[in-house]
Design a protein. Structure first.
Length: 432
């Protein structure tokens, strides 16, 4: 089974003898790497009977969304689009509530739109906030370590308060196709959900999806055009067709093998992962059954990552207190055996006397808005000299891309002990 886009591009490649258009490689590098031609469709302005819109409608049916838009600019483009769309719809005096642990791309989007959010650290803090109908809530779905929030409670909160919602579910796309989607936010009725396809599906880097939930108000075609108008503000005018094609083909494979509850290859991957954890004596963290996240557990995670890498095994993340391993479609029984053997050899060499943790540092006072700080003149200074200065950029560890100190906040000394880079950017004193 192939996607509508695949069939369109294959027909184009088969019948075209001479390419007198961009890209200049003329199909030598990739026969299906094309541009926005009348016969290939346009991602940012798809034809009503074109291949892209047909594949997007199939994707919406597959995910249970009201409508779905594709992105070749990653989840970042989807988040920018979703946030701009919601800000456009907000009443003049509405506020935006934002989980402090969001990805940096959310903060950049808010700064570009000149929106200063009210930040909250956890759900209990959020539920104490005084909100109004038309306010916007931005929060993470499945996070970097496989943790999933209480969607049912959050959805009820949004309905009761009349809040618009944007869920950054970049790390949980695949959860729609396991256990009937109970760990995917679209199941619970949020307005806009962002899924990053390349993180857990077999797609090229940069493939992502923006879903509109079935509770979002407005006519479908009007919603589509409003979203596309916002996406065009941030997107390249020539999105990558190879990225787009990889997304449509991955979804076509899932559609063919999805029984409404589970996608069999994902189930097999979960079973292999459980086997690896059990035979290695590991205790998994988080709800994501396709992610091996180790938190604490008396393990020197950077040391373990170094030992694994010496055997040719590269992990997604290793930092003090945490380690993350992701598993793609190529994770076979043989590769599971290789990983299990390597963990058995190297875990004893990575044990520590005490349980490592990564406590949240103290938050400094906010003296500038996100936009003011990011657009101020700045200077780069050594980390030891940064305490007490105002952050001109997001200060944190990447990955996972969440902030220890937000732009505009005074940098606390506790933040600096987590950093390994030699310099950080701070606002010049003349701009304060």
């Amino acid at each position: 089974m192939h996607s509508h886009l695949f069939e369109t591009l294959r027909e184009y490649a088969d019948r075209t003898k001479l390419r007198l258009h961009m890209p200049a490689h003329g199909g030598v590098l990739d026969a299906m790497d094309v541009t926005e031609l009348c016969c290939t469709d346009d991602l940012l302005d798809p034809k009503s009977e074109g291949a892209i819109l047909a594949d997007e409608r199939d994707a919406a049916d597959l995910f249970g969304a009201r409508l779905t838009l594709f992105s070749a600019g990653g989840a970042t483009l989807c988040l920018q689009t979703a946030i701009a769309f919601c800000v456009m719809r907000q009443p003049r005096d509405a506020r935006t509530f934002c989980f402090r642990g969001v990805h940096r791309s959310v903060l950049y989007a808010l700064a570009l739109l000149d929106v200063q959010p009210v930040f909250f650290d956890d759900l209990e803090d959020l539920f104490l906030e005084q909100t109004s109908c038309g306010d916007l809530l931005i929060f993470n779905g499945c996070d970097y370590f496989g943790h999933v929030p209480d969607y049912a409670r959050l959805a009820a909160f949004c309905r009761e308060r009349g809040l618009m919602s944007v869920v950054d579910n970049a790390h949980g796309t695949h959860l729609r196709f396991l256990s009937g989607g109970r760990l995917h936010p679209l199941t619970y009725g949020f307005d806009l959900v962002v899924d990053s396809a390349h993180k857990t599906l077999s797609c090229r880097t940069g493939a992502a999806l923006l879903h509109v939930g079935k509770t979002c108000s407005g006519e479908e075609e009007t919603l589509r055009e409003e979203l596309l108008s916002r996406m065009r503000l941030f997107s390249s005018t020539s999105p990558s067709f190879p990225i787009l094609l990889s997304l449509t083909e991955a979804l076509a494979r899932i559609k063919e093998g999805f029984d409404g509850e589970n996608y069999a290859p994902f189930v097999r991957r979960c079973e292999l992962l459980k086997q690896v954890a059990h035979e290695s004596g590991l205790r998994l963290s988080g709800a994501d059954p396709m992610r091996l996240a180790l938190i604490g557990q008396n393990v020197d995670h950077p040391r373990l990552a170094e030992l694994l890498q010496s055997e040719g095994i590269v992990v997604e993340l290793a930092q003090v207190g945490a380690m993350v391993l992701l598993f793609g479609e190529d994770f076979t029984k043989e590769k599971a055996r290789i990983l299990t053997d390597a963990l058995r050899r190297n875990l004893p060499l990575s044990r520590t006397e005490r349980k490592n943790s990564f406590p949240a540092p103290k938050r400094g006072a906010c003296v500038l808005t996100l936009r003011e700080a990011l657009f101020s003149r700045a200077e780069s200074i050594p980390v030891p000299l940064a305490a007490g200065r105002v952050a001109a950029e997001i200060i944190g560890l990447y990955p996972p891309g969440t902030a220890l100190c937000l732009p505009g906040e005074v940098i606390d000394e506790e933040v600096l002990v987590h950093l390994t880079q030699s310099h950080v950017r701070v606002v010049t004193k003349e701009d304060l």
